[in-house]
Design a protein around this ligand. Structure first.
Ligand code: FES
Length: 150
């Protein structure tokens, strides 16, 4: 085990894990941040998406040892009152079906809106291509991003 100090959602967090522990499991098991989901574990689905320095990042493929003092943001940290425009739009438009992938979807969408506050459908499809949804809520996700951008 190795001691790490991470910057997660604006707070300093210490944990003891083996160096190749995926950030996903450090967040979920060591830091009790269970909003980030395990889907495939091999970088294919995007359920585990967090932001590192604002960039959407698959936490299942990110060893804790590689994170250093970079800023990690999870769905729990995207807005202090869970009222980010995307979270509001998701509720207004009933975007989720089963909901499992949606934290990852929102983390990617939030990064998109920060870079591009008024994305086209094509921009959204390009930015969200790394986030799969088995319920196929893609049209509602797209609508939710447009609503949040209003
Ligand atoms: Fe990380 Fe699927 S769980 S990409």
């Amino acid at each position: 085990m190795t001691k790490y100090t991470l910057n997660v959602n604006g707070a300093t967090k210490s944990l003891d894990v083996v160096p190749d522990t995926p950030l996903l499991w450090a967040l979920r098991d060591s830091l009790d941040l269970s909003g980030t989901k395990y889907g495939c574990g091999v970088g294919q689905c995007g359920a585990c998406m967090v932001q590192i320095n604002g960039v959407p990042t698959r936490s299942c493929m990110t060893p804790v040892s590689s994170v250093g003092r970079q800023k990690v943001t999870t769905i729990e940290g995207i807005d202090p009152k869970a009222a980010h425009p995307l979270q509001q739009a998701w509720q207004e438009l009933d975007v989720p079906q089963c909901g499992y992938c949606q934290a990852g979807q929102i983390m990617s969408a939030a990064a998109l809106l920060k870079d591009n506050p008024n994305p086209s459908d094509a921009d959204i499809d390009a930015a969200m291509g790394g986030n799969l949804c088995r319920c196929a809520t893609y049209l509602r996700i797209r609508a939710g991003i447009h609503r949040a951008a209003e």
